[in-house]
Design a protein around this ligand. Structure first.
Ligand code: ZN
Length: 427
């Protein structure tokens, strides 16, 4: 199949008159700029962007997005939100999960993501007993991704303890209970069924040192993504320091390699940023959720400077489009340091939107356990067509289109979304 567009974002910049060819396996087999439209090519109705990976999602939390925005006690913080979230987690059945995940994944496609990484810890029946097939909830997500047409990376999560120095789970965490054997068995079964699966550790709160090392021993050298929530809350950093004598990222540092993705990594010291950069591990930022939960601000400029691979995650699903996440990322840094275009790097890259978008492109493949990503020969043939009539994009010169998309557009902005050579969303 051949596609042609007036303009496409290739190798970090807009290029004109681009021919895109998809092979029989749904991968890009040829991408060339400066080509007239051949008669057998379909002319795409706008400029073309590569999509992004949504590297951190808990699909079930879509059920409570927007419903936890009232303070009903003296203080509302991450921990009180978590109690409310457990209330939702205790109710959802596999059928309900499939339905709400299907709708969420369609929303994510509309938001410009064509691959979602599910950090999946809601495993067992409401009373905590395993389902007859212990992967019933995981299959619900697999079915939802297939129905929606989005790519899926599924990470069964090791979730064994309620906190630092506190063994076992709380009663309201009973649906999450797993250990290294469970997670490794789930990962292998999913992979045998053709699902792109890796593994995750919920956090150092929920996976103690012995659990982390037990899971790593099973994974060995396997080329799988390994994700963990790390240093999201200051209380978690303080507890870790007290119990393990080190901060979470300091403790993890000797174990990190390019398969690892640190989700949030909000509270980092300079030596921790250096250690992450040296290891090749990535950082998954979830700016909408981090703002919603009052987590704090990541040292974004330092992470960019250190060349750490970055990605975005919709996490609690309060935001479901990367345009808004990138806007949050840059704006919160502006408010913090009282300057503009904090993420830009002139003269090479004077656009904050472009620098952030490119950083996220670079982190996407690894975070999702894919060999390649983007508008590149060999990568899966995924694409976004920008609607030239979208509010905020009309009459904007091509050179400023990505800036306008991130900072000044609203409403639907993609007229077509393609995954593996197939149009999955239109209009
Ligand atoms: Zn999360």
């Amino acid at each position: 199949m051949r596609l042609w567009t007036d303009a496409a974002w290739l190798a970090g910049r807009w290029q004109r008159e681009v021919l895109l060819e998809v092979d029989g396996a749904g991968r890009w087999s040829r991408i060339e700029a400066g080509r007239a439209c051949p008669p057998d090519a379909r002319r795409l109705p706008g400029a073309v962007l590569p999509p992004l990976v949504n590297a951190h999602s808990h699909a079930f939390q879509r059920a409570m997005a927007g419903l936890a925005e009232r303070r009903e006690q003296d203080q509302d913080d991450f921990w009180s939100w978590r109690d409310a979230m457990y209330g939702v987690a205790l109710r959802i059945t596999p059928d309900e999960l499939r339905g709400l995940a299907t709708r969420l994944y369609r929303e994510l496609l509309g938001g410009g993501y064509t691959q979602v990484v599910e950090f999946h810890y809601l495993q067992h029946r409401q009373d905590g007993r395993p389902y007859e097939d212990e992967l019933a909830m995981a299959w619900a997500l697999v079915d939802a991704a297939r129905d929606a047409g989005i790519g899926l990376t599924l990470l069964p999560v090791l979730y064994a303890h309620q906190g630092f120095g506190k063994r076992g789970l709380r009663e309201d965490q009973r649906r999450f209970k797993t250990d290294a054997d469970w997670v490794w068995r789930a990962c292998q079964r999913l992979r045998q069924a053709g699902v792109n699966a890796g593994v995750a550790l919920h956090s150092l709160r929920a996976a103690h040192a012995a659990d982390v090392d037990a899971l790593l021993a099973r994974v060995g050298d396997a080329e799988l993504p390994i994700h963990i929530h790390a240093a999201e809350q200051t209380a978690e950093v303080d507890d870790c320091l007290r119990l393990l004598g080190q901060r979470p990222v300091q403790w993890l540092a000797p174990r990190l390699d390019p398969r690892w993705q640190l989700v949030h990594a909000t509270h980092l010291l300079p030596d921790e940023i250096e250690a992450i950069a040296r290891s090749g591990a990535g950082v998954v930022l979830c700016p909408g959720t981090e703002a919603n939960l009052g987590d704090g601000l990541p040292p974004l400029a330092a992470c960019l400077q250190a060349g750490i691979p970055l990605t975005l995650g919709s996490d609690s699903q309060v935001t479901r489009e990367w345009r808004e996440e990138l806007r949050w990322l840059e704006y919160t840094q502006r408010l913090l340091v009282r300057q503009r275009n904090v993420c830009a790097k002139p003269p090479a890259e004077p656009s904050s939107a472009a620098r952030l978008f490119e950083a996220m492109q670079a982190g996407s493949a690894r975070a999702a356990g894919l060999a390649d990503w983007g508008l590149r020969v060999g990568a899966r043939a995924d694409w976004l067509v920008l609607d030239p009539d979208a509010e905020g994009l009309e009459h904007v010169a091509l050179e400023r289109l990505l800036d306008a998309l991130v900072f000044a557009s609203r409403g639907p902005c993609f007229s077509e979304v393609g995954v593996a050579g197939r149009v999955v969303l239109e209009g």
